[in-house]
Design a protein around this ligand. Structure first.
Ligand SMILES: C[S@@+](CC[C@H](N)C(=O)[O-])C[C@H]1O[C@@H](n2cnc3c(N)ncnc32)[C@H](O)[C@@H]1O
Length: 212
């Protein structure tokens, strides 16, 4: 066997493990519709993942000066970048149900010297945010962890301003990965209208709007 064939087989093995082995490990490590345990936060924070997830925030479309909600930040892989995008005139509100995740986010913000972020430990069902006060809300691999996603989406709808944007991203590696049509069904059931669709079967982002 040629050296190139051996290297190719090793790379294929790594790729298959990354795609399917990791997915199985995650599936056993956490039950369906349960929050990703904070002990596994290192997985969502792997540099390789941050690299291939880089287009996500561009798709969310954050504008300077906006008030943006990030629900379920986990350890905060997207938080510092999102906070920089809203800029000093804007505000990022971060909500996660696990205190251990919010502690990681806070440490990260402190290290990056980012001060325009408000953090809360709270459930998606009871966001500590006023009605019609948020320009944009984004979730990355969070929705299927919420036992009743439509209930969570009704709450996001409540806090968004009329015309506000809800953006959700899902990746195939997530053990809970929902198909696009499932996500669209959940969002429409909460009153959102689909506006944009990006990506492919491995990672997709769907944007929706609250009616004006
Ligand atoms: C898989 S992690 C994703 C983290 C981050 N968004 C990322 O993609 O790197 C899902 C996060 O959503 C949070 N979460 C799950 N269910 C939630 C709920 N009902 N309310 C608020 N946060 C929730 C979890 O605690 C966890 O931090």
């Amino acid at each position: 066997m040629q050296i190139l064939e051996i290297v190719g087989l090793i790379l294929l093995g790594i790729a298959l493990f990354w795609l399917f082995g990791l997915k199985l490990i995650l599936k056993f490590a956490k039950g369906r519709s349960a929050p990703c345990p904070a002990s596994l936060s290192w997985i969502v924070d792997l540099p390789i993942r941050r690299r291939y997830m880089r287009p996500v925030l561009d798709r969310v479309g954050i504008q300077p000066g906006e008030t943006v909600l990030e629900l379920g930040p986990g350890p905060g892989a997207f938080t510092v970048d999102a906070a920089r995008r809203v800029g000093p005139e804007g505000k990022l509100i971060v909500v996660d149900i696990q205190a251990a995740m919010i502690a990681q986010v806070k440490a990260r913000l402190q290290q990056a010297v980012v001060t325009n972020v408000e953090t809360h430990v709270a459930s998606a069902y009871e966001l500590p945010i006023e009605d019609n006060s948020v320009d944009r809300a984004f979730l990355v691999t969070v929705l299927p962890e919420i036992p009743d996603p439509v209930r969570g989406l009704h709450e996001i709808y409540r806090v968004l301003k009329p015309g506000g944007v809800f953006s959700t991203t899902e990746e195939f590696l997530d053990p809970d990965y929902p198909r696009r049509k499932t996500t669209i069904k959940w969002a429409e059931a909460a009153g959102f209208e689909p506006t944009e669709s990006y990506g492919n079967g491995l990672i997709y982002t769907l944007n929706f709007q609250k009616g004006t």
